[in-house]
Design a protein around this ligand. Sequence first.
Ligand code: FES
Length: 248
Amino acid sequence: MSDEVNTSRRGFLKALIGLSAVAAVGGIGKSAVQSIVTPSVGLSGFPETMLYWIDPASPNSAPVPLKVSQFAVMSPQVWVYYYPLSDEPNFLIKFPDPVPAVPVDIDATGQIFNSPPGVGPNNSLVSFSAICQHLGCIPPIIHYYPPNSISQLPSNVQSSLSAENKKYGVIHCNCHGSTYDPFKGASIITHPTQRPLPNVVLSYNSITDSVFAKKLVGPTVFGHPSDLSGGNSISNLKKTTLINMSSA
Ligand code: FES
């Protein structure tokens, strides 16, 4: 991905962050937040897209394929990539233990979907939409809190966490307090969200230690008529580059 594209997306994200923050403070409703997503062509199917990154050890180098073994376990950095549309950011999180597939409840509809298991050398890499399913806030307002950051969460959220939540961390949205369990398919821990985060199905190539996004499962990405429409496709369907939103 070029610097120009990165810059453009950062600008777009900052605009979204500003509007999301205004929505949180000013009580702007769901329809207003949705309206900032410009409907456009979309895609006819999910591409298989390799994840790239700029190796933090070589910050001035070009993006290279991500090596899963080199990706930090429970990183405090907010790692996000866009897939399959350029306004659909997704988290990438690696755990120290294998992540099982589990049934995930969608409170809003009463439906259940099966989360994909973790992938990678330890079956521990997972990915979720980074758009909050309540009113659409995006990173870094919503982000992953590893275990050593749990103390930063509001006390009512901390009191809702299980021992497993505290062991593996949670995804929390600071707009209105929704909390999701990234070790259990981004299922709901605290409301007001009525939907878990959409899950990205990943695949792993053990020979190259690389990872691919293959499709999304679960609820539709917030603010989109479908996961494949409501925005423009990423510029290169063969690759998408991780962005460290902690420093955006
Ligand atoms: S947008 Fe309301 S909790 Fe995230």
